[in-house]
Design a protein around this ligand. Sequence first.
Ligand code: SF4
Length: 135
Amino acid sequence: MPTLVSACLLGFPCRHDGGDKRDERVLDKLRGEELIPICPEVAAGFGIPRPPAWHDGNRVVDALGADVTAQFENGARQAVEAARTHGARLAILKQNSPSCGTLMTGTARGRAPGRGRAAAALAAAGVEVRGEDEL
Ligand code: SF4
């Protein structure tokens, strides 16, 4: 069964700063399995690089002060659609991200307990979500 994986964990340079978060633990753990890379923020139409964003109450705002909640929700919907299309029941996602964080996410005051928008949407759709530190 395929597994969704945050693309940055696989080495795709899709982070807001144009970098990646390649994680050898993830690559080793999932070696030989069918992987579906996802980047909810790029799927939502954000560029690379882009201003960093974080949760502010029920909204997501970026470093320029723009309300990007709708775009983040769009990216979350596309992640759920990818899971449905490919029949994935497990997603390995980047911790601390406002999209992908499974236990911790970004806020205006730094990292805080909570799920990113895509991680929350996937969990609500019945997909098991784990951070790279929960393998
Ligand atoms: S949205 Fe997710 S996959 Fe994309 S760069 Fe951020 S943490 Fe990585």
